[in-house]
Design a protein around this ligand. Structure first.
Ligand code: ZN
Length: 70
């Protein structure tokens, strides 16, 4: 299962973006801004986990497109 992180810092639209760690995403936040979400079978589980901490969570357009909604 892939491991996911969420950006501690919100995007300009207020979203905290979820990224898949090993996807080679060019938009990964700096390590100091990554909040570990653990291993999930899909980005949906990772988004749900991140939503326990952050109000506005969205999948990264590039590496979690399936969970990208805004
Ligand atoms: Zn990404």
């Amino acid at each position: 299962m892939p491991r996911f992180i969420v950006n501690r810092n919100a995007q300009s639209n207020g979203d905290h973006e979820v990224h898949e760690v090993d996807a080679g995403c060019e938009h990964m936040p700096l390590p100091s801004n990554q909040d570990d979400l653990g291993y999930h079978s899909s980005c949906h589980g990772a988004v749900a986990k991140a939503s326990e901490t952050y109000n506005n969570v969205n999948g990264c357009y590039y590496c979690c497109n399936e969970c990208h909604t805004s």
